[in-house]
Design a protein around this ligand. Structure first.
Ligand code: LLP
Length: 419
């Protein structure tokens, strides 16, 4: 059985009808699955001061943000653009945690003016915040000394990363705060993105709590995101053990509150866990060819639509749909590639696919809701695809139109200087 069938992803709709209505390629999101993921994270702890933050960088579509807000989430933003989008989606400024790095004074001013809580990622940034806003109440992002994630490019804790303030500098943080009249009201961390075992996460969490003990003014502790999802469902990959995670989280919260004798606020900030599995990227097979004894399925899913395989060698399960008829049962190895003028442009390498895939078939890249559209680009002047929401009723709604050619040249100004 197909993965999408097992979760009733299309709610009875035919992907061919979705593509003929909204164009190919198209990002399709299932609202029910998004809400299910939100509820799993929301119920990780029953503690009243537990706050799940959604990491908007993984998918910043306004409608999805609104759905996530309606499930009781706060949000973390990495840029002023994300703050703007979160406000536009209806989040209160006080629900936004601005966890940026290497921000300018103007960016911090924007966040402070809006009323978001801000995080300082280095001593130098803490000084800067103190200069522009003496007396500010801020959080400091610490590097807990451990990292985890699906690859070097996304591991953000430990020695080989630009992120966070080292534990040894906690005293300097306190000194800077004192000098500027600032109050350190939070400590936060993020060890990296995509782990299936939360061992390192809790190692990091405990290291962060050791740091928190040094700041009597701390009211909020944010352990970060990074919770993985099984990208290889077709090969039976299991889900993360959220029950164990939940138990550990409850223990950590209870123990720390008891030790300090007061009730702190605790946050987690997953992006991928919330948004990845509710999204599928649909594309069309435009060519089938052989080269060097290898079969290539040429589709319109270039890396401008989904860059994760090209950038990180990430795996996305792929499904092929054939109009009106069943696919043959035999399979063969093929590369599934896109339409961008670079050899690194692929969705899947050496993937087992049904024989006789043909022009006009649909290629679906699964679990594409996180860091899919969010990392899409207009390289090669390819239009970014439309985003479509499948509602629990089975109704589809366009939630972002695809780019037009006009959109892609709209910011070119003074074009007439060469007239
Ligand atoms: N908090 C902070 C401070 C972060 O930097 C991130 C992700 C998150 C939370 C959410 O992490 P998540 O729960 O989604 O793993 N483009 C890469 C992932 C980059 C993650 C960047 N930071 C990918 O496609 O795998």
């Amino acid at each position: 059985m197909k993965v999408t069938e097992s979760v009733n992803f299309y709610q009875g709709l035919d992907p061919f009808d979705i593509i003929s209505e909204y164009g190919s390629p198209a990002y399709v999101y299932n609202e029910r699955i998004l809400r299910e993921r939100c509820r799993e994270i929301k119920t990780l702890s029953s503690y009243a001061g537990y706050i799940p933050n959604y990491s908007a960088k993984s998918n910043g579509n306004l409608t999805l943000l609104k759905i996530i807000k309606s499930e009781g989430f706060c949000v973390d933003a990495v840029s002023c653009g994300e703050i703007f989008a979160c406000l536009a989606a209806g989040f209160d400024a006080s629900d936004i945690f601005y966890i940026t790095n290497n921000a300018s004074a103007d960016e911090f001013r924007y966040a402070l003016d809006k009323g978001a809580l801000i995080s300082a990622d280095s001593l130098s940034q803490l000084e800067l915040i103190g200069e522009i806003s003496p007396g500010a109440k801020v959080s400091v992002r610490f590097n807990p000394g451990v990292g985890d994630g699906h690859g070097e490019k996304v591991i953000t804790g430990g020695k080989k990363t630009k992120f966070g303030v080292n534990a040894e500098d906690a005293k300097t943080v306190a000194d800077i705060a004192r000098k500027r009249g600032m109050e350190i009201i939070g400590v936060n961390q993020h060890i990296g993105s995509l782990f299936m075992d939360a061992g390192k996460y809790f190692e990091g969490a405990n290291a962060l709590l050791d740091i928190a003990r040094q700041f009597p003014s701390v009211k909020m502790i944010d352990f970060g995101g990074g919770f993985g999802i099984p990208y290889k469902k077709q090969s039976g990959e299991q889900r993360m053990d959220l029950e164990a995670l939940s138990e550990n989280l409850e223990k950590v919260i209870w123990k720390f509150n008891t030790e300090l004798g007061r009730q702190l606020q605790f946050r987690v900030e997953p992006g991928r866990y919330i948004s990845a599995e509710c999204g599928v990227l649909l594309g069309t097979v435009n060519a089938v060819k052989e080269n060097g004894g290898k079969k290539y399925i040429g589709s319109d899913l270039g890396f401008t639509t989904l860059i994760r395989p090209t950038l990180y060698d990430s795996h996305h399960d792929v499904e092929i749909y054939k109009k009106g008829s069943e696919l043959s049962s035999g399979s063969e190895l093929a590369h599934i590639v896109g339409n961008i003028c670079e050899s690194g442009d692929y969705i899947a390498k050496d993937r087992e696919i049904p024989r006789r895939v043909a022009v006009g078939d649909i290629v679906a890249a699964l679990d594409a809701g996180a860091y899919g559209y969010a990392m899409a680009s207009n390289y090669n002047l390819r239009a970014r695809p439309a985003e479509v929401l499948v509602r629990p009723s089975g109704e589809t709604v366009l939630i972002r139109r695809g780019d037009t050619f006009e959109d892609m040249i709209a910011n070119c100004v003074n074009v007439d200087i060469l007239r």
